[in-house]
Design a protein. Structure first.
Length: 311
């Protein structure tokens, strides 16, 4: 007896990462997917709502390109909620989408920093491309054009929150905390989270603890520290700090002073939720900026930066 043949199964819709990879390779075939993540953070507009963030990062020949999408109660991209330099608004025609006003800016205040292109695809759907290294602005715009149309629609609740929000959404900034509290201030804009903290060094008043762990994690992300993170600013951390400083043209004294901390801030970026990304040369770091009681960071270890030691 002959067996019937069913209708062919429909091809699965490409994932966000797959679409981003296709677009990235169209601009620069050498780019290779290095890492991807998908997570939910709290909305800055409405802390009771979740914001879905998806990101995929590509690396090749010194280039680092992170493409991120946020869906939910996220403020429209208008330039007033972005802290950066060399701001430029450019009308970019996207296939099957139409013209979108893309905000292009640089984060570098103390060094090269990141070059960023960000736009609202539609209400409640924001895109961001952050590049570190030799990616030209023309390549950045080409990637904006190459990304396929996105017809994702956030919930009605999210759209209502966006409509009710003020044009510019301020972030509260509490008083600077003492280093004895063992946490890094994570309120206000991300661009000064490290800059307004205390010095770190071997022999400094603050040379052990969670804050040191955070700095070691940054050195590891940029391939200037290997091995375990021990929360102690020893000789390996000092050497890694000097090499990190040299790579950015800073004074290589092994002390995480104001200039070094401000330079680290230049590689921090967010897309409207409570998740902050450090775009590293070899890997990214994701931090959650918590605002319950005190404002502080925590990293890949699920231990808060209060009086609890991470290591």
């Amino acid at each position: 007896m002959a067996l019937g043949v069913g209708a062919p199964a429909e091809a699965a819709e490409p994932t966000f990462a797959e679409k981003a990879e296709k677009a990235a390779k169209a601009v620069d075939p050498s780019l290779r997917q290095s890492e991807k993540d998908s997570r939910r953070s709290r909305s800055v507009l409405d802390p009771d709502q979740e914001l879905k963030e998806e990101s995929v990062t590509f690396r090749a020949n010194g280039k680092v390109v992170a493409v991120t999408r946020a869906v939910g109660a996220v403020a429209p991209v208008n330039g007033e909620t972005v802290v950066g330099r060399s701001k430029q608004r450019k009308a970019v025609k996207r296939a099957r989408v139409g013209t979108r006003k893309v905000l292009i800016y640089t984060t570098g205040e103390s060094g090269p920093g990141l070059t960023v292109a960000t736009w609202s695809e539609r209400t409640g759907v924001n895109y961001q491309i952050a590049s570190r290294g030799p990616l030209s602005r023309s390549e950045l715009i080409a990637l904006v054009k190459a990304l396929p149309a996105d017809d994702t629609r956030p919930s009605r609740k999210a759209r209502r929150a966006i409509k009710a929000a003020p044009r510019a959404v301020p972030r509260s900034e509490p008083a600077r905390r003492s280093t004895s509290n063992l946490f890094v201030d994570g309120a206000g804009t991300p661009t000064d989270d490290f800059g307004n903290e205390a010095n770190l060094c071997s022999g400094c008043s603050y040379s052990t603890g969670n804050y040191v762990w955070l700095w070691q994690r940054i050195l590891m992300a940029d391939a200037y520290l290997q091995g375990s993170l021990d929360c102690s600013f020893g000789s390996l951390t000092a050497a890694g700090t000097k090499n990190w400083q040299k790579s950015l043209g800073l004074t290589a004294d092994g002390i995480v002073g104001a200039g070094t901390r401000n330079a680290a801030d230049d590689f921090l970026i967010d897309i409207g939720g409570t998740t902050v990304r450090y775009v590293g040369v070899s890997q990214n770091i994701l931090f959650d900026r918590l605002t319950s009681g005190y404002a502080y960071y925590y990293g890949s270890k699920k231990v808060t930066y209060n009086t609890t030691t991470l290591c």
